[in-house]
Structure formats: structure tokens, C-alpha cells
Design a protein around this ligand. Structure first.
Ligand code: GLN
Length: 189
């Protein structure tokens, strides 16, 4: 989470942590970070954040989700933990810990692109990362590993990635997401 703050502030944006519903007020976009999707779920429910957050996502607020954040948005999880809930705002199925224990964590480069935004060789950390196993018709794959796994998707206002672009100092994805926020803000005005 702190790395996302650093990335956004390095790029000149103002960023703050969201913990309780009133922290959602006035935001132009939200990053849903990695960590552990079951913990995101438990905390969001405990702080009554899940419903207002899901509502903002459905209303079109720009979202950048990474790793556990991707899982937390997905409509379906192939292998959820017992009792695990998600926001079900991204029409996709994900598999948690898809690279298994042996390759549970690795760094690689991946090409990421949507529309005219195309980034080659983005430095990406995969940390017990999920993959996307199915997508709905409104969801586009935006990052695919050479081995074929879909590790990034876009659905309207949502950019969701299996990996951590914030850990590597390669902030091209954050910059592109800030550009999306700017376009979104101009449309809303
Ligand atoms: N494996 C974690 C989960 O299920 C995700 C790991 C991560 O966010 N780096 O939520």
C-alpha cells in the first residue's frame, strides 16, 4: 500500500489511505492494493467499507487493483478461502496463488496495453499472484505472460493486475492510470 502512495506522489498526485467510509469522500480514483484478499474482505466488511466502495466502482470511479486487489474485485474466485467474499464488480474469474509454491514469487517483465497506452517490458513483481482464468464480454486482457496466463484486465473504469507494478520503481502503469483519471474527471465536469 505504501508503495502505491509513493508511486502516486512521485508522479505528482495527492494520495491518502482509505480505511473507513468517510475516507472515500472526494477521491478521483482508488487503488486497491495487494496483500491478502481475505484480509481486504474482512477489513472492508468490519469497517462497513465494502458496500460504499462497490457503489463507487459501479458508478465509474477509476480503479487500479493489484494482486489481492484484483481478487477482491472479481465476480468469481476458482479457489476462495472458506467464507471469502469479493466485491463482484469485475466480470472475471480468478485463481488465487496460481503460480504455486515453487514459483510463488518472481520478478519478470510484461507488456501491458490498452487503447493507445502500450508499455513494453514493464517491471513486474509476482508475489503469490493470481491469474485471470475467464473474462466476461466487457473485459479485455491487457497483460499476458509469455507462458499464456492472463495477468492484467480492463473493464471500463477498472484496471486490474495480478502483479505489483508499484514494487519496482517502473511507474508507467501508475502514470497511465493517472491519465485515465484526468480524462474521467474532464468527462464528469
Ligand atoms: N495470494 C494473495 C491472496 O490470495 C495475494 C497476494 C498478493 O497480493 N501479493 O490474496
Amino acid at each position: 500500500m505504501d508503495e502505491h502512495l509513493i508511486a502516486l506522489e512521485t508522479l505528482g498526485a495527492q494520495a491518502r489511505k482509505v480505511r473507513v467510509p468517510r475516507d472515500l469522500e472526494g477521491l478521483d480514483g482508488i487503488v486497491i492494493p495487494g496483500g491478502e484478499s481475505t484480509v481486504l474482505d474482512k477489513l472492508a466488511r468490519a469497517f462497513n467499507l465494502a458496500e460504499p466502495l462497490a457503489a463507487l466502482i459501479r458508478e465509474g470511479l477509476p480503479i487500479l487493483a493489484t494482486c489481492a486487489g484484483l481478487i477482491y474485485l472479481a465476480k468469481h474466485v476458482d479457489n476462495p478461502a472458506r467464507g471469502q467474499c469479493t466485491l463482484e464488480t469485475l466480470d472475471a474469474t480468478v485463481r488465487r496463488n496460481a503460480f504455486g509454491t515453487q514459483r510463488a514469487s518472481f520478478d519478470t517483465t510484461v507488456d501491458v496495453g490498452w487503447g493507445s497506452a502500450v508499455f513494453t517490458g514493464v517491471q513486474a513483481s509476482f508475489i503469490r499472484a493470481p491469474i485471470v482464468t475467464e473474462v466476461g464480454s466487457a473485459v479485455q486482457a491487457i497483460a499476458v505472460l509469455k507462458s499464456g496466463e492472463v495477468v492484467g484486465v480492463r473493464q471500463d473504469n477498472i484496471i486490474a493486475l495480478s502483479f505489483h507494478p508499484e514494487e519496482t520503481g517502473d511507474y508507467r502503469i501508475h502514470q497511465a492510470w493517472l491519465n485515465l483519471i484526468k480524462n474521467h474527471a474532464e468527462q464528469v465536469i
